[in-house]
Ligand binder design. Structure first.
Ligand code: FE
Length: 205
C-alpha cells in the first residue's frame, strides 16, 4: 500500500486495514471474513429485522410477554440472533413512559436486531446530552414529548443491549403483521422518535 494511497483515507480506515492484514497473516482470520461480516450487517440485517419483532409483539400478546421477559430468546423464535448481543432488554413505550437508548461509553447497539448503528448514535454529543437533557435533545431531534411523559434513558453495555418497543399507532387495526412491520422505523426502536398513525399522520402522545 503506497503512502499516497494511505493519505487519501482516514486514519481509522488505515489502522483497520493494517489490523485485518496482520490477523490474516497470523492465520487468526480467513481472508474476506471481515468483508463478509460487514456485508451481512449492512445488507442482510437492519432495522427491518427489528421491525419484524415489534410487529409480532403488537399482534401476539404471548410473544410480547416473552419478548419483555427475555428478548433474545423471543427473537430466536423468529430466527433472529447473532453476535454483539448477549442479552437483549426490551423496554416498552406507553402513553406515559418513553424509553430511549444510548451507549454512553462507546457505541453498543443490538446489531442482530437493528443492524449497524447510525453515525449520530456514536457521536459524543448524543451520548452525553441524551443523559443530561433528554427532553431537550429529543425535541431537537423532532420528538417533542409532553411534560407528563416520563423519559427513561437506558445505557447499553457490551453484554446488555436494548430495544425500544414502540406503541402501536392508532388506526392500524386493519393491518396485517407485514404491513405493521413496514410502519416501524429504526429511530422508533432506539427511542428518538415515535410512530405516526398511517391514516392521520399524527404521532402517539
Ligand atoms: Fe458501547
Amino acid at each position: 500500500m503506497s503512502d499516497k494511497h494511505n493519505q487519501e483515507k482516514p486514519w481509522q480506515a488505515v489502522r483497520t486495514e493494517a489490523m485485518e492484514h496482520l490477523l490474516t497473516v497470523a492465520g487468526i482470520i480467513e481472508p474476506g471474513r471481515v468483508d463478509d461480516i460487514v456485508h451481512h450487517y449492512e445488507k442482510n440485517v437492519g432495522p427491518h429485522t427489528g421491525a419484524r419483532v415489534v410487529a409480532r409483539a403488537w399482534v401476539d400478546h404471548a410473544f410480547k410477554q416473552r419478548l419483555l421477559q427475555d428478548g433474545l430468546a423471543a427473537c430466536a423464535e423468529l430466527g433472529i440472533g447473532g453476535p454483539e448481543t448477549e442479552f437483549l432488554n426490551v423496554v416498552e413505550n406507553s402513553a406515559k413512559v418513553h424509553n430511549v437508548v444510548v451507549c454512553t461509553l462507546c457505541s453498543c447497539y443490538p446489531w442482530p436486531i437493528l443492524g449497524l448503528p447510525p453515525a449520530w448514535y456514536k457521536s459524543s454529543a448524543y451520548r452525553s446530552r441524551i443523559v443530561r437533557e433528554p427532553r431537550r435533545l429529543l425535541a431537537e431531534m423532532g420528538l417533542d414529548l409532553p411534560a407528563n411523559v416520563t423519559i427513561r434513558v437506558w445505557d447499553s453495555v457490551s453484554e446488555i443491549r436494548y430495544l425500544v418497543l414502540p406503541e402501536r399507532p392508532a388506526n392500524t387495526g386493519h393491518l396485517d403483521e407485514a404491513a405493521l412491520a413496514a410502519l416501524v422505523t429504526r429511530d422508533s426502536m432506539i427511542g428518538v422518535a415515535r410512530l405516526s398513525s398511517p391514516t392521520t399522520g399524527t404521532t402517539q402522545p
